[in-house]
Ligand binder design. Structure first.
Ligand SMILES: [Zn+2]
Length: 359
């Protein structure tokens, strides 16, 4: 039985404490036989400028969709209003266009699956939350930040998500819950099934297997009312009929959580591919605020977009030498499974040239 056929079964009763396994190894088939026309997307958060690593992800996602003759969607992930800035959103669109990446649907051009800004899609997320709630997948979590940091040493955390939540509020009885509810607005957590892990085939990373309960029960709505990324991204990708989610490697280990949500919501999961992160020559993460490595910064410094794309194509292994090239000229060169895995170190030579203004 595949996950798709399992729809509507195995839903939680009794606050999710007794549940059938969700898919397990059957997950590996997810999306593999999806015959729908390819729809890819790039979904930046307007909390800063795009840097070289974001450009690499966008380029791979765009090529993957375009090579297949598919549509490309741009979605602005501005769900966290406190951190998002309209000026960044505008700059991101301008930077992508400058790079030579285009899209068929997006916040600026509209499309049949809009709106394409998460800040305008709150009703969709609330509907999904209501369904999860009604089906017994969620429970309120009253833990404070201090209580959560006290468990920071708990094992089995997922790298991108922090330490695993040990399920403390899942075990509260009605009286305890009522007592805590009187004092604090809770976050909502998704109760992971206690049996049945997740495995899926990542287009770049290969077969990924996660044990039952990996990462712990995760938040779908914060206490301050902000819907969590995990939920929004699933609702959006499903609503927008996205078949291929090509995104940064740092989101690889959040994929199991999203697969659980697809299953619980009775939605069809897309194929996933996680693009290696670009890192400094010494292996450290790129500083988000390093203007030198932002598209806007390089553009302002007079670097040509073809030069940027040429370096990215070289790092991806599509070109022997970093020669100037347009994204459209790279059509046919991307083979997901041949991309490097995990991370790609930027050559010191590139950084030296950027600093010298001679990239
Ligand atoms: Zn809690």
């Amino acid at each position: 039985m595949t996950c798709g056929q399992d729809r509507g079964q195995g839903r939680g009763q009794d606050r999710g404490l007794e549940r059938r396994p969700v898919c397990g190894q059957e997950r590996a088939q997810d999306g593999a036989h999806d015959r729908r026309p390819v729809r890819g997307r790039f979904a930046p958060s307007p909390t800063g400028l795009l840097h070289l690593g974001n450009a690499f992800t966008a380029l791979v996602a765009w090529l993957h969709a375009r090579q297949a003759g598919g549509a490309f969607v741009l979605r602005m992930e501005d769900i966290d209003a406190a951190r998002s800035r309209p000026s960044y959103a505008e700059q991101i669109l301008a930077d992508l266009r400058w790079l030579g990446i285009d899209w068929d649907e997006g916040p600026d051009v509209g499309g049949p699956f809009g709106p394409y800004r998460q800040s305008q899609r709150g009703n969709r997320y609330e509907a999904a939350l209501a369904r999860l709630q009604a089906d017994g997948w969620l429970y309120p979590c009253y833990c404070s930040r201090a209580e959560l940091s006290a468990i920071a040493s708990a094992p089995h955390g997922l790298a991108s998500e922090g330490p695993a939540y040990p399920g403390r509020c899942r075990r509260l009885n009605e009286a305890e819950r009522a007592r805590r509810a009187a004092r604090k607005t809770p976050a909502l957590r998704f109760a992971l099934p206690e049996d049945g892990g997740v495995s899926f085939v990542d287009g770049i990373a290969g077969i990924q297997t996660f044990p039952p309960g990996a990462g712990g029960d995760f938040i779908v709505k914060r206490a301050d009312g902000v819907v969590a990324y995990q939920l929004a991204v699933v609702v959006d990708d499903a609503d927008m009929a996205i078949t291929d989610v090509v995104r940064g490697w740092d989101l690889l280990d959040s994929t199991p959580r999203q697969l659980y949500l697809y299953q619980a919501l009775g939605l069809r999961a897309p194929r996933f591919a996680h693009v290696p992160l670009l890192v400094n020559p010494d292996g450290t993460r790129l500083a988000k605020r390093d203007a030198l490595l932002t598209l806007a910064g390089m553009r302002a410094a007079g670097v040509a977009p073809e030069t940027v794309v040429g370096w990215l194509a070289h790092l991806a292994g599509w070109m022997e030498e970093p020669e100037p090239v347009r994204p459209a000229e790279l059509m046919g060169r991307l083979h997901l499974q041949k991309l490097p895995r995990g991370e790609v170190r930027l050559p010191a030579e590139l950084l030296r040239r950027l600093r010298a203004g001679s990239a």
